[in-house]
Design a protein around this ligand. Structure first.
Ligand SMILES: Cc1cc2nc3c(=O)[nH]c(=O)nc-3n(C[C@H](O)[C@H](O)[C@H](O)COP(=O)(O)OP(=O)(O)OC[C@H]3O[C@@H](n4cnc5c(N)ncnc54)[C@H](O)[C@@H]3O)c2cc1C
Ligand code: SF4
Ligand code: SF4
Ligand code: SF4
Length: 347
């Protein structure tokens, strides 16, 4: 039950304080939870019918009164270390998947897909929410619920435009999933934690663990992909096999040719709401994963007990190879710099 004082309608809360201020990231969680189904369009939420002012969308929106200390209290009870820059953690590692074909498909070291596959085959989870690509628009990210290692592998790799993965929780609920993993950028992990904190039991009791992607920015599809890469550079989006960001945007074509885009050019296509984001390292995920300039390795920040259990399980099962962290000063420097820049701390 929501107390009378918290019953604020969509127009006064999300529309006025989030959407019109360009703070809406398009996570879609308000669309998902509205009991009257009156919000439509997760990427650009608006009222489709009369709102009953129940106040739930305001309580759940990660961009409306998000409280770090409350979420921290819920997640971190003991046994962790604290970095002012990238949050709480139990262990840090660099790792890569041992399966060569998965490594080829993956964005960095394939750790995200490997952990999902380990959890699926060990029956720790019966589904995972990831991001796939649209059948109509090349490289356009769409949320997807997957249930097999083959499906996980098909969705490996990163698309640098926004994917409202939260929306796939509806399908997980409808399919009566019992235990699922969730993959998303930091803001989607915020939305997921709010579902647990409020709580919205329907969409949160089956959440077993989450993997948060390190994230400096997400780009608009219309700007980066259609207007710049297709329009200005003349690259057919169907010809692209991979896009990666390592100090610059590297577009690899299916022919093997690469084209690079300086980040200062790409900046104009950053999603408006990313500009005020303060969480580079997905601080509230069970495990955070990023590339941080590494080649074919994933940098992993293991934050919670369940995150540690999953990572160690995959390591012991021989699915992951763990590398030498000692020589990773450059990756730590990038992690520190980007985390501090987002938090507006002196660099
Ligand atoms: C928008 C975005 C920005 C990022 N920015 C940075 C950065 O600045 N620095 C950095 O070090 N790392 C960044 N990353 C993370 C990095 O690109 C890799 O995803 C990460 O290193 C994991 O690599 P992997 O090989 O272990 O993952 P893989 O095994 O390849 O798995 C990646 C998983 O991410 C999912 N995914 C793909 N695209 C999206 C999306 N748009 N939204 C949500 N889920 C998605 C896939 O479905 C897959 O499950 C970013 C990722 C995204 C999506
Ligand atoms: S009815 Fe829907 S749109 Fe209106 S306040 Fe409740 S959740 Fe928000
Ligand atoms: S940030 Fe998410 S919950 Fe908040 S208004 Fe936008 S789509 Fe809705
Ligand atoms: S920069 Fe922040 S708000 Fe933007 S997609 Fe990444 S985590 Fe979300």
């Amino acid at each position: 039950l929501i107390h009378k004082s918290q019953r604020v309608g969509f127009e006064e809360s999300l529309q006025e304080k989030v959407i019109s201020k360009k703070q809406c990231i398009g996570c879609g969680v308000c669309v998902l939870v509205c009991p009257s189904n009156c919000i439509e369009h997760p990427e650009n939420p608006r009222l489709a019918k009369k709102c009953s002012d129940c106040g739930l969308c305001a309580r759940i929106c990660p961009r409306y009164e998000f409280s770090d200390p409350n979420i921290e209290k819920m997640l971190f009870k003991d046994g962790h270390m604290l970095s002012e820059d990238f949050g709480r953690f139990r262990r840090i590692a660099i790792a890569k998947v041992n399966d060569e074909s998965l490594l080829q498909r993956a964005q960095d070291g394939g750790v995200v897909s490997a952990l999902l596959n380990y959890a699926l085959t060990s029956k720790i989870i019966d589904g995972a929410i990831v991001s796939s690509t649209s059948a109509e628009k090349p490289l356009y990210p769409v949320p997807k619920l997957v249930s097999t290692p083959e499906e996980v592998a098909e969705c490996a790799g990163a698309r640098y435009c926004y994917s409202p993965n939260i929306m796939a929780l509806k399908e997980a609920f409808e399919q009566k999933k019992k235990s699922i993993a969730f993959v998303g950028t930091g803001c989607q992990i915020h939305a997921m934690r709010k579902l647990e904190a409020v709580p919205i039991a329907k969409y949160s009791t089956f959440l077993k663990f989450s993997i948060g992607l390190l994230c400096a920015d997400a780009f608009t599809y219309e700007g980066l992909m259609e207007r710049y890469i297709q329009g200005t550079l003349g690259i057919n989006l169907n010809e692209i096999s991979k896009i990666n960001i390592k100090g610059k945007i590297i577009v690899t074509k299916k022919s093997g040719e690469t084209v690079t885009i300086p980040l200062n050019i790409a900046k104009q296509f950053v999603h408006d709401a990313c500009i005020s984001c303060t969480d580079f390292s997905s601080q509230f995920a069970d495990i955070s994963a990023g590339g941080l300039g590494l080649k074919n390795w994933t940098f992993v920040i293991i934050r919670t007990r369940i995150g540690e259990e999953i990572f160690e399980g995959a390591e012991k099962a021989g699915i992951l190879k763990v590398g030498n962290l000692e020589s990773q000063k450059d990756a730590f420097d990038i992690l520190t710099r980007l985390s501090r820049r987002k938090k507006k701390l002196p660099i």
